[in-house]
Design a protein around this ligand. Sequence first.
Ligand code: HEC
Ligand code: HEC
Length: 265
Amino acid sequence: MGESPPSEQQGRSGGELTAVIGVVAVLATVMLGIAVAAYYGGQDSVSPTTVTSGGAGGTTNHAAVDPQVAAGAHAFVDFACAQCHGDRGEGGVDPHVPALQPIAPNLTVAQLTSIIQHGAGVVDNPKQPYMPVWGEVISKQQVAALVAYMKAGFPSVQYATPKPVPANQGDAVAGAALYSRYGCVNCHGPNGLGGVPNPQSPDGTIPPLSGSDFRTEFDTPAKIADVIRSGSVIGRAPIVSMPHWGGILSPTQIADLIAYIDTLK
Ligand code: HEC
Ligand code: HEC
């Protein structure tokens, strides 16, 4: 029951031919450009200046990218900024989450850095998505890379695309992909093991999504769905809070995540 937005990349590295055949069978005309990109993208020897990839569904020529900007593009995907603010900050995900492309040029490096570290729009009982506090989760170097990427105008960077969500492989498989695609893993750890520091919070860490304490407190799918939808503000910056995912994640995606969490230790 996973969802697979059309902008997703099909396997580009290795097995291009298989991927191309499968893709063409589904979307013959549209995917022709991607097929060409898949062919060139699979050649390791091709220099980064000529490699092409699908970006937001089309084919784009990638110019050589400054390493810090490239790191920022990958961080923008890995920390799920793209899942709230849209692919390359284009917006269009949720009316409460601004597009960043038109905003970033008007903000200083210091302002952008501060918003990422301290969050924005956090209210006591969030009924809508807010900008999470990242200061304890994302390093200064990574924040600087994110800011450099935004200041560079959100260029398309090869392979900086969210993890695809397999359809028709079961809820738990889709949920595992979503756990990474939506950046849950950055805060709750691999396999929901927890342990990520949250120094100003009562527990000092972001809670695990596994283990007996979690299972006792969150003993029904409804309780888990509730906290995923609404988030949980346990204080203001610099405390890391559970983001509000209602409006960002569909009910189906939340059910997939719960199915995955159910499989954890
Ligand atoms: C859970 C959804 C969500 C995620 C994930 C998220 N943001 Fe945000 N972000 C928001 C919302 C909502 C706002 C608007 C907050 C407000 O001012 O009310 C915002 C605001 C911002 C702003 C300020 C825009 C302005 O209008 O001044 C920047 C810059 C920003 N986010 C960057 C990022 C970056 C970089 C990441 C990844 C590290 C990220 N966001 C991840 C929801 C999100
Ligand atoms: C920015 C860090 C961050 C991200 C990203 C994040 N969470 Fe959380 N999450 C938290 C924090 C902090 C809490 C604890 C809130 C509290 O104690 O009130 C929490 C609590 C939870 C809980 C309740 C567990 C408990 O013991 O309180 C669940 C379930 C959960 N998150 C699921 C998810 C899922 C699923 C995702 C991805 C869609 C996700 N979280 C992404 C920080 C995060």
